[in-house]
Design a protein around this ligand. Sequence first.
Ligand SMILES: Nc1ncnc2c1ncn2[C@@H]1O[C@H](COP(=O)(O)OP(=O)(O)OP(=O)(O)O)[C@@H](O)[C@H]1O
Length: 339
Amino acid sequence: MSDLEPIIRIEGLGKSFPTSGGVVKVLDDISLEIRRGEIFGIIGMSGAGKSTLVRCINFLEQPTTGAIYFDGRDLSRLSLPELYRVRRSMGMIFQQFNLLMQRNALQNVCFPLEIAGVKKAEAAEKAKKLLDLVGLPDKAKAYPSQLSGGQRQRVAIARALATDPQVLLCDEATSALDPSTTRGVLELLRDINRRLGVTIVVITHEMGVIEGICRRVAIIDEHRIAEIGNVDEVFLRPKSAAAKRMFYPDGMQTDSFKGNRRCRIVFDGNSSFQPVIADMVLKFHRTVNIIFADTKDIDGRAFGQIVIQLPETDDVADKMLEYLRSQGLTAEEVREHVQ
Ligand SMILES: Nc1ncnc2c1ncn2[C@@H]1O[C@H](COP(=O)(O)OP(=O)(O)OP(=O)(O)O)[C@@H](O)[C@H]1O
């Protein structure tokens, strides 16, 4: 299999659950490919079906329709021992860390190795190396209760890596952590991706997490895929209402600006707003109202967005939009409240 071939391919995945109130459809016609060695993000609001999707990816849940391929193999056609082997190739980390509280950090990391029948001394040696890798060389004997949230997640990452997985599935892995600890854990995941070549799938409801480490993203909305693309592309030119909701600043969504023409200008770090906006004001002899301005880091590159209120006079507003685009900026008019 070449590097360009997907390590995980999801085709027409649907998942429904029978409940006392009838059948609940949780995932509908999900198709996507996760490429070997990439950091791929899956984002959606609470209840969108993200955790169900993860459990379908490692076949802890059987899809109702469609298929999941891992390394080109249809998981529904595997024998149970083959499926267990595939599951060992997919490490998982969770929001609540799921460590065994009565075992210390080293023993937690050893746990999957013991299950796999690895000799104790060999398992301990590997676990030590993994604790070094996640930045906890001095915490081998510490129990989870003696560790901070970020340190617990690092132990969980070491444990997930113990079986040398090809893929690491991270289900809301930083949702219980504060922003600075989140940054540290994301940095660690990026480092693991670079150093070990492990494919990482990040499932989250937080756009900051996607922007922080993912190259590509799938947005799940109402149980379906609303949009898939490179994170920077989706940020620059979101197409679906779900993507716009996630990337547009809150100021874009206030009804207080109804009736005015608003424009979202995005820059990708190669250009700066200030001279362009100042030049535009000078050129058209009209002031513009800046509603919102922000910069963000997407996968290590600086991006920015600014929302301005255009003049009421339509032809001036049209010319301003034309001018902004002629300066190489992505300028998009937003007339409506984003639902
Ligand atoms: N076994 C089940 N039986 C019935 N309904 C279920 C089952 N598992 C999940 N659901 C429903 O599926 C929907 C999606 O759940 P899921 O946990 O996948 O969403 P999510 O996007 O991960 O949300 P969150 O971030 O809040 O966990 C929810 O409405 C949930 O109640």
